[in-house]
Design a protein around this ligand. Sequence first.
Ligand code: AMP
Length: 227
Amino acid sequence: MGGKGWFLLKLLIFQGLFTSPPQDPGFDFFYFVLQWPGAYCDTKRACCYPTSGKPAADFGIHGLWPNYKDGSYPSNCDPDNEFDPSEISDLVSTLQTKWPTLSCPSNEGFKFWEHEWEKHGTCSESVMDQHKYFENTLALRDRVNLLQILTGAGIEPNDEFYKLKDIKKAIKEATGFTPVINCNKDPEKNSQLHEIFFCVDTSGTEFIECPIIPRDRCPSHLQFAKF
Ligand code: AMP
């Protein structure tokens, strides 16, 4: 091989060593899911306030869920990567306010965070470890003040009914992104605003338009429950 050939070969080896192709994270995007506590609590199933007290009347985090573009999602990907509370000790007080548990019996929240990490977080462990998973999700919550957006559009948690299209329009106008809205039913069978899904890129840090738009699981008019 001539001098030029050697040079090219060395260049290729050098490039191969330092520029490995981007790793496939194993999923296509995240759903970042916020939850209205008033709706979680206003169903036939009871809710329990966390041991730290009644959460603020604000949207809390439900989770950050890796998803595939075909609408399916991976779950419980790594039983060896168990939730370790000691890894998130610096985040606990923020998690308690922004990712509050509402399940019974009343607890601090570790059970809910453990469930979310083990079911969903372990499926994005190629992108972020446990601490980063919770840290990134909290940071996403700080970037969208949903309650302010909705109340600014006259949509308030006062047990009144609002149009689904007005809720989506207010959020799209304020954030630039179309949300997916999920409802549940109160004991009188009224549909109420329960969860709002946003899509996030595979780094878990940037909002994106949803690659697939699932049907909203809400009727055209829905209640925004008091909390
Ligand atoms: P997932 O399995 O991540 O889709 O979440 C569904 C599970 O999370 C169900 O068992 C719910 O009861 C539970 N869940 C949803 N919201 C909360 C909450 N705020 N506190 C505790 N558990 C919750």
